[in-house]
Design a protein around this ligand. Structure first.
Ligand SMILES: Nc1nc2c(ncn2[C@@H]2O[C@H](COP(=O)(O)OP(=O)(O)OP(=O)(O)O)[C@@H](O)[C@H]2O)c(=O)[nH]1
Length: 461
């Protein structure tokens, strides 16, 4: 039982530790997968939409003759806007005009529309940018070429930065972490911290942030992934992800306190579950032991062969009767010449004889009488409120019945007789005293030729 308990506890501890580790990993994964989702949904989707649309022949045809197709350009951009809920524009190299899905036109003059000429001179064909207007937008710009590889202009998709702020706020509320997107110059393009967002025409740079300034030059140059930081007096863990199509980097900043609360909550739940299971196990074992003990006690009180109350059971019953101050006749019944039965017919046959004699006696005694097996081939009969003479009479009847019994075991029939020694007590006495008198009577019955009843009273009775 002890081994079962130890093995159960070790198994439970093992399961709980595994659960805690799984909980930690789950928390870690849970904190990163929304960031991935965010990148895919908010950044990659507009990129893929614009990349697919940029390949359309219809777009190239429109951009080849922008002046003639101006009306059609606006119709197309409007249609895309309604279909994808994104802002679209075409910046034409031929007409040097930018057309957008809101129906606006902007002249692309050098020195005025800086982004177009900056981007035109760069080798990349795709670029992510933040529009520096009143309502800042996140833009994906794609260069368009004709079949002879002549530059036709830029096709772009724009998304309001307010949409990002909403998404960031949601993630911040749920997972407690901040996002900082930086471009190749480490200018902060998108972020969950409204303080760091682009103001007017000025981008904030990663190098402007106090926690970045606190890093040593080596750390500033290297990857910041898995770095522990002190931000506003709180410990935070940083994760770094490269967003290759734009050459941007995303920093996810997780305050450790929120992670610790999450992990310790998981730990507490596991420990409480473990304790509850151990307690439940303890109760179960305790109850099982209790019932086993009761059963064992029951088994111990009954003689297995004859199914009669055994010696200790009968002793208890005797004491109960003495405690109730009942008078009683006590009879010892010993089978005669039992040894030869065993020797002649085998011990198994002897057992059958003992069982059948027990059954016969049990059926023929009165309801108030208590029969038990005293040991070997000897039975005991307690006869409460029965005088010695009445007891002798009743025993004589039993003795006669016993002598008349034929016990069959297999093919052989066995005859048996018994000797009865009766004693009596009118007042409370020790059992050994009453037994001793019954033993004397039994000895007389054996000595006088067996198969008879003899009585021996205790001197003072
Ligand atoms: N088959 C069987 N024999 C038992 C059991 N308990 C005791 N005995 C046998 O009972 C026999 C008792 O023998 P003895 O004490 O010599 O008495 P007896 O042969 O009956 O002779 P008397 O009592 O003098 O008439 C022994 O051989 C015991 O081995 C039992 O549970 N089963």
């Amino acid at each position: 039982m002890f081994a079962v308990v130890v093995v159960s506890i070790v198994t439970l501890v093992h399961i709980s530790v595994s659960k805690i580790v799984a909980e930690q990993s789950r928390a870690q994964q849970q904190s990163h997968s929304p960031a991935m989702q965010l990148i895919i949904q908010q950044l990659m989707q507009p990129l893929h939409i614009s990349q697919t649309l940029a390949k359309a022949k219809e777009l190239k045809d429109l951009m080849l003759n922008p002046v003639e197709n101006e009306e059609q350009i606006f119709v197309t951009l409007k249609r895309l806007n309604q279909e994808f809920s994104l802002n679209f524009f075409i910046a034409s190299e031929i007409s040097r005009v930018q057309y957008d899905s809101e129906g606006k036109k902007i002249e692309l003059n050098e020195g005025k529309v800086d982004w177009y000429f900056r981007y035109k001179s760069q080798p990349e064909n795709a670029m992510a940018d933040i529009g520096q207007w009143q309502n800042p937008q996140f833009y994906i710009d794609l260069k368009i070429y004709d079949d002879e590889d002549n530059f036709l202009g830029v096709f772009g998709v724009g998304k309001s930065l307010n949409a990002f702020t909403q998404v960031f706020n949601e993630y911040k509320k749920t997972y407690g972490y901040d996002f900082i997107f930086v471009d190749q110059n480490k200018d902060i393009t998108l972020t969950s911290d409204p303080e760091l967002l682009i103001k007017g025409v000025t981008f904030k740079n990663l190098a402007d942030l106090p926690w970045f300034q606190n890093l040593n030059p080596e750390q500033q140059q290297a990857s910041l992934n898995n770095l522990l930081l002190q931000i506003n007096g709180q410990e935070a863990l940083i994760a770094e992800l490269n967003i290759q199509p734009f050459d941007w980097t995303l920093y996810i900043i997780t305050p450790l306190q929120s992670r610790q609360t999450e992990i310790s909550r998981g730990f507490i739940i596991s420990v409480v579950t473990l304790l509850a299971v151990i307690f439940g196990l303890f109760l179960l074992i305790y109850n099982l032991l209790y019932y086993f003990k009761k059963d064992i006690q029951k088994i111990k009180q009954i003689d297995i062969l004859t199914e009669l109350p055994n010696r200790s059971n009968i002793t208890l019953k005797f004491e109960e009767l003495m405690y109730e101050k009942q008078s009683m006749s006590l009879v010892l019944i010993d089978l005669d010449n039992f040894k030869p039965i065993n020797e002649t017919h085998g011990r198994k046959a002897g057992d059958i004889v003992l069982r059948q004699v027990a059954q016969m006696l049990q059926t023929d005694i009165r309801e108030t009488d208590i029969l038990g097996r005293w040991g070997g081939e000897e039975f005991i009969l307690l006869m409460p409120n029965t005088g010695p003479h009445e007891a002798v009479e009743l025993c004589q009847e039993l003795c006669n019945k016993l002598g008349a019994m034929t016990i069959t075991t297999g093919t052989t029939s066995i005859q048996i007789t018994g000797s009865f020694g009766v004693s009596f007590t009118a007042s409370p006495r020790t059992m050994s005293e009453v037994i001793s008198a019954a033993d004397d009577a039994l000895f007389s019955a054996k000595r006088d030729g067996r198969n008879m009843v003899r009585m021996q009273l205790i001197d003072s009775d």
